[in-house]
Ligand binder design. Structure first.
Ligand code: AP5
Length: 214
């Protein structure tokens, strides 16, 4: 099963994708994570993407489509969760071709419907374990033991450089202008399922499970 999780910054795409990896063994394909990895390694892609990401703007369609193409085959058995991709009409067209070439097709496009103002709080409070990447939040999901990662026991945590209010507002504007317009295309194909993204993490996960099991 191949699905897209769609929603503005902070909607919970990464959180829900991680849940699906744990519960169903699906493969998370997050272009944001891939780009951050490229930036951290200082690859040519990372060097091109760094300033664009820091400003909250979109990296070029060619770069992100190539990243997805490189990783798509690793998800052939269990299915892929596209997290943060596609984000433009061009990316949606590229994804269709990439799946077609492999005899695959999208099963669902799950839109996380959220209140953008609440997302600013979600994003600016977010942090992750620097060792294993487990996600936390200052208010909604603190480690069980203060300063210690629940998953790997590390004491090192980090925050994303683009998780400040000004950049978040730009990211949201990019979503409204370039990503939201791809929804009607998927709607016409009968693929869009909507989930209330303002529930708790468990409630949102249950709603997604219900769609995948339907
Ligand atoms: P990317 O990494 O994709 O960031 P994003 O879309 O802005 O999404 P986020 O990761 O911020 O949010 P999320 O929806 O995953 O929410 P999360 O689960 O973390 O992209 C970053 C940048 O890379 C872009 O700005 C762009 O420059 C570039 N880029 C990436 N892909 C691209 C593409 N395809 N084309 C061009 N450029 C691209 O949750 C957020 C917080 O809320 C967490 O702390 C979490 O614990 C908490 N939370 C989650 N769910 C809930 C809940 N139900 N209740 C309470 N708290 C919750």
């Amino acid at each position: 099963m191949d699905i897209i999780l769609l929603g503005p910054p902070g909607a919970g795409k990464g959180t829900q994708a991680q849940r699906l990896v744990e519960t169903r063994g699906m493969v998370q394909l997050s272009t944001g994570d891939m780009l951050r990895e490229a930036v951290a390694k200082g690859t040519p892609t990372g060097l091109k993407a760094k300033a664009i990401m820091a400003a909250g703007e979109l990296v070029s369609d060619a770069i992100v489509s190539a990243l997805i193409s490189e990783r798509l085959d690793a998800s052939s058995d269990k299915g892929a969760i596209f997290d943060g991709f596609p984000r433009t009409g061009h990316q949606a067209a590229a994804l269709e071709i990439l799946l077609d070439e492999r005899g695959r097709k999208l099963d669902h496009v799950i839109e996380l419907v959220v209140d953008e103002e609440a997302l600013v709080e979600r994003i600016t409070g977010r942090f992750t374990c620097a060792n294993c990447g487990a996600g936390y939040h200052d208010k909604f999901k603190l480690p069980k033991v203060e300063g210690t990662c629940d998953v790997c026991g590390s004491h090192d945590f980090k925050r994303r450089p683009d998780d400040n209010e000004q950049t978040v507002r730009t990211r949201m504007a990019e979503y409204r202008a370039k990503t939201a317009p791809i929804l009607p295309v998927y709607e016409e194909k009968g693929l869009v399922r909507r989930v209330d993204g303002m529930g708790t993490v468990d409630e949102v996960a249950a709603a997604i499970d219900a769609i995948l099991d339907s």
